[in-house]
Design a protein around this ligand. Structure first.
Ligand SMILES: [Zn+2]
Ligand SMILES: [Zn+2]
Length: 200
């Protein structure tokens, strides 16, 4: 398997720069994988065993995707926008899942341990390399209910929303006054966009 530094190089290349988040993300993903019994990034058919939930869209998330091989486009990377530096690694073959959270104290610890380093980022990068897993992370075994239509490779029919005429996959529909609608028609208040006319 790839060494920590090889994985970090790959993460840096994919993410565009080396940062504390890449180091933290690689560490977090390797810890999750090892708890599930994987000896590093899953290879071959094992790649299909893993689903990863991430809870923040920051630097570390890219590294977690890279190390686990879980990608959004494969439905193996799930995003919950909770603003937390946390991830849950699910082994579909065994049903075992572990949620790992980065401990906030590690930032202060970094400042105390490496005062000789000039910037906060340098101190964090050093800490994320050297601190032990238990200094950096809290872990909890969890159960993750993954319905069929959440699984990678799920095939389901497509639904055509009668209101907007757009196609919807994976059963992402809601019933409003007896009418089956796509989620943006069913919950316009939750929509992230609104039409503008004329063109700005
Ligand atoms: Zn970054
Ligand atoms: Zn619609």
């Amino acid at each position: 398997m790839e060494s920590f530094d090889e994985l970090l190089n790959q993460a840096e290349a994919a993410h565009g720069h080396l940062c504390a988040g890449q180091i933290l993300g690689v560490r977090m993903a390797l810890l999750g994988l090892s708890r599930l019994g994987f000896d590093g990034p899953p290879q071959g058919s094992d790649r299909k065993r893993l689903v990863t939930y991430v809870e923040i869209d920051r630097c570390a998330t890219d590294a977690i995707g890279l190390v686990t091989g879980c990608r959004l486009g494969k439905r193996a990377l799930k995003f919950r926008d909770w603003g937390k530096m946390a991830a849950t690694f699910v082994d579909l073959a065994t049903g075992r899942a572990i949620r790992i959270v980065a401990i906030e104290d590690s930032r202060e610890l970094a400042d105390r341990l490496y005062p000789q380093l000039e910037t906060k980022s340098q101190r964090q990068m050093q800490a994320y390399r050297e601190l032990t897993d238990s200094q950096l992370f809290r872990e909890q075994w969890v159960r993750v209910a993954l319905p069929d239509n959440e699984l990678p490779g799920h095939k389901g029919g497509q639904f055509l929303c009668p209101r907007c005429g757009e196609g919807v996959s994976f059963g992402r529909i809601a019933v409003v006054n007896g009418e089956r609608l796509c989620l943006s028609c069913a919950h316009p208040e939750l929509s992230y966009w609104e039409p503008v006319d004329p063109q700005p």
